[in-house]
Design a protein around this ligand. Structure first.
Ligand SMILES: C[S@@+](CC[C@H](N)C(=O)[O-])C[C@H]1O[C@@H](n2cnc3c(N)ncnc32)[C@H](O)[C@@H]1O
Length: 218
C-alpha cells in the first residue's frame, strides 16, 4: 500500500490508496479540529451533511449523546440559531471538560449521566409533538451503541433520523472494538424494521458514519 508522504501536498500524491488518507484525516480530527475555538472531534464532511439535514428537517430537539468539550454541541446550537428554531439536549457521562462558551449557550440543556441509565431524564424533556434528531457519539462499544439505538429510536417520528457515529472503527480505521457501532447498527436494523440506513447521506463517499444515518420509515 502506498503511504502518504507528510511533506507532500495532495496534488503531488494522487495515486495513494484511501486507507492512509482516512488515517491522515483522523489525525487532524483528533488533534487539531476546533469549532469557534472549542475542541471537537467531528469529521467535517459529516458535519456538512448534518447541516443539510438540520436545515431540511428543522428538528424541534437535537439530542447529542457524547459532548466532550462541547465543540460539536455548540456547532449544532449555532445551526439552530441561524434558523431561530430548536433546542438541544446534550447528555454525557462527564461534563467536566466542557468549554465555557458551549456551557453558556442558551439553547443547550446539559445532562451529566450515562446515556443509557439517564434515558428517562432525556425522555421527560421531550414533548409528544417534538420532532427529534439524535446524534450518538459516546462510548462506541457494541453493547452501549445497541442499547442507545433501542432506547432513543423510540423518540424519532417517521421521516426523522438517528445518526450513529464512528462506524468507521474497524471499517476503514484501526480503532475501537470489533464488533462496534457498525455491527450494532446492523443488529438494530435486523430487529427494527421501522428504520433503514439512508446511504444517500454518505454521498461524499468519505464518512465516519458508514451505515450510520438511520431513517425512520414507518
Ligand atoms: C468522542 S467524545 C464526543 C465528542 C463530541 N461529540 C465532538 O464531536 O466533539 C465521546 C464522549 O462520550 C462520553 N461517554 C462515554 N461513555 C458514555 C456513556 N455511557 N454515556 C454518555 N456519554 C458517554 C465521553 O465522556 C466523551 O465525552
Amino acid at each position: 500500500m502506498k503511504e502518504i508522504m507528510n511533506d507532500l501536498y495532495m496534488e503531488g500524491q494522487l495515486d495513494v490508496e484511501i486507507a492512509p488518507v482516512l488515517q491522515r484525516m483522523q489525525n487532524r480530527i483528533m488533534k487539531q479540529t476546533t469549532y469557534h475555538g472549542v475542541i471537537t472531534h467531528k469529521q467535517p464532511l459529516d458535519f456538512w451533511v448534518y447541516q443539510e439535514m438540520i436545515y431540511e428537517l428543522k428538528p424541534d430537539v437535537i439530542i447529542e449523546i457524547g459532548n466532550c468539550r462541547g465543540g460539536s454541541t455548540l456547532a449544532l446550537a449555532h445551526q439552530q440559531d441561524l434558523m431561530d428554531h430548536g433546542r438541544i439536549i446534550a447528555i454525557d457521562i462527564d461534563h467536566s471538560l466542557l468549554h465555557e462558551k458551549a456551557r453558556a449557550h442558551p439553547r443547550i440543556e446539559w445532562i451529566e449521566d450515562c446515556a443509557v441509565a439517564g434515558f428517562d431524564k432525556v425522555k421527560k424533556k421531550i414533548k409528544k409533538t417534538d420532532t427529534v434528531l439524535v446524534i450518538e457519539d459516546s462510548a462506541h462499544t457494541y453493547k452501549h451503541t445497541l442499547k442507545c439505538l433501542r432506547l432513543y429510536s423510540e423518540l424519532i417520528k417517521v421521516g426523522g433520523y438517528m445518526i450513529i457515529e464512528d462506524g468507521i472503527g474497524r471499517h476503514g480505521l484501526r480503532f475501537g472494538e470489533s464488533p462496534g457501532p457498525f455491527e450494532a447498527t446492523t443488529q438494530f436494523l435486523t430487529e427494527n424494521k421501522n428504520f433503514v440506513a439512508d446511504r444517500d447521506k454518505e454521498s461524499f463517499f468519505i464518512t465516519w458514519n458508514p451505515q450510520g444515518y438511520l431513517k425512520r420509515i414507518s
